[in-house]
Design a protein. Sequence first.
Length: 124
Amino acid sequence: MALIAALGGPYDQGSGLMNDGLRNLGLVPVSEPYTALGYSIEGVKLVRNIPQSVLNVTGSNAIVDWVWLELRDAINPATVRGQRPALLQRDGDVVELDGVRPVAVGVPNGNYHVVVRHRNHFGR
């Protein structure tokens, strides 16, 4: 799924990119942080750690932080059809844990409400 998102705090309107200060300071964890915050990944079979090389990328594809994705039912948005952690790049691309490929949630093709959550933001 080609998904683009922006976090208000690190977004720089002049450059159109987000700041990757957390990555520069070594504060982006190599393990996904969401299970420790109570998010459930039951039934999701995926790698939950990223190699340090993913965090060494600079420029517009540098990682800003982890995000949590939910695909919700098109008719009843209270029903979560798929969910998983992913990575957010400076240019807004939400990518797989390899830091490159578009994110896949593992649900049938169709229409969904997409929710992007971040551990430091309250918006949906």
